[in-house]
Each structure stands twice: as structure tokens, then as C-alpha cells.
Design a protein around this ligand. Sequence first.
Ligand code: ADP
Length: 255
Amino acid sequence: MSTPAGGPLLEARGLEKSFGDNHVLRGVDVLADAGTVTVLIGPSGSGKTTVLRSLNLLEVPDAGSVRIGQARMEFPAPGGRPDRRAVARLRAQSGMVFQAHNLFPHLTVLGNVTEGPVVVQRRPPAEVRAEALALLERVGLAGKAEQYPHQLSGGQQQRVGIARALAIRPALLLFDEPTSALDPELVGEVLAVMKDLADQGWTMVVVTHEMRFARQVADRVLFLDGGVVVEEGAPAEVLGAPRHERTRRFLHRLA
Ligand code: ADP
């Protein structure tokens, strides 16, 4: 996807969000170049999920701006209410993989992957189906297309979730703790698919507690605490030689 003046693919600036009197995001910037992996880490409640959900407007920020490619919105929206077409345009730029996969239980694996492109994007079903089968193969689920979610393991379900996010042909992939609901023995297969996608050049923003993944796959790590980015940089810097006491304390607790 082309970006104005070759800037970053993702440019979110000054994000603010409150839930009632809980001021959750206090001016968060997230910038990511095309083809890079950005990992958000931080204590529970620091605002990581809210940042991610703000990038595809599952949460509408109170202030700040979000640009992905050439789709851009400012908050609060002029006139108060966000323009529905602008929301749809920005949302179409990113595919989200959730903590729990959120698959439709009454649809087959293939049905889950084709739903967005066919129903929301109104693309030709035959073309979408062929592409979905290729995506299922890519996430290691060739042969599972006609099964239902309950017939799959948690790791397989989560890989369907990844195929579903890819199916809308997003510019950016967002992962919200994609392995935290999985049994430990199933975590590796999901991380392996994510690493594959990173190797193929997908631009990804990932909320995770998997520090090994962050060290091996991330180009940048952002450490959030109390709704601000306390520290950011290459994994070797933030994880290997953190400058801030809060980052050190967080990493120490995980160790
Ligand atoms: P993290 O992902 O770092 O654990 P979250 O972004 O999930 O943090 O949550 C940050 C804070 O915002 C928490 O205090 C949480 O309770 C609150 N919060 C998140 N989503 C909502 C919501 N939809 N309504 C009310 N409070 C919320």
C-alpha cells in the first residue's frame, strides 16, 4: 500500500481514551513502517488492548489521529460523530486477531474465513473461496475447511482467526494477546504462523506477553505503563538494556 510521502504505514498520534473517569490512554503515539513488527508490552491494565482497538476503531479515541496508508481520521471527529464511511475505510485497513478467536460457531472454517470478504466487502464468492482455501493452507489448516470451530483445537481455531484476518486483505495485522487463552502446548504453533507472516513482510502490531517472540520477531518494542509509552526501541534495547526503572521492574516480574 502506498503512503503519503513514503511515511510510515501506520501513524497514530496523541491517542487519548477515557472510560468514565478512568483515563486509560494519555497521549500514545504508535508509528510503524511497512513490513515491520511492533510489539506492545506492559502491565495488565496499562492500555495495550485499548491502543490496539483504537487503531481499528473498535474503540473510538477521544483525541488524537489514526492514519493507516491513506485512510486517516482525527478525533474528536469534526461535528462530534465520526463519519461512517471514513470509519469503514479506516477499519478496512486492518485485520484483527483476538485473544479468544471469536469464530462464528454455526459457520464452517471456510465460512468463517469468507464471511468478511463476501458479506462486508462484497467480493465475488468464487474468488474469495479460492483465496480462503489458499490462506487456510498457509496457516497449516488445509483439509479443515468444512469442519466447524468446535471440532478444532484452540490453536487451530486461533489459526482460523488469523486466516480470517488475512482474508480481508488488510494493510496491517493487529494481534491482541493471540496466545494468552491457549494451553501452553498450543502456543508454539500460533507463534510459528505469526513468525511466518512477519517473514513474508506483513506489517504487524502485536500485544503479547511472549517475550521470546518479541525478542526474535519484533522490529520495535513499545513498553506502556499507565496509558503512556514509557520506552520504545529495538528489542535489544527495551528488553535487553531497559533505560527506565518501570520497564526494568516489569521485565523482572516476568522473568
Ligand atoms: P491492557 O491491555 O494493558 O491490559 P486495557 O487496554 O485492556 O489494558 O485496559 C486499560 C484500562 O481500561 C483498564 O483499567 C480496563 O479496565 C479499562 N477498560 C478497557 N476497556 C474498557 C471498556 N470497554 N469499558 C470500561 N473500561 C475499560
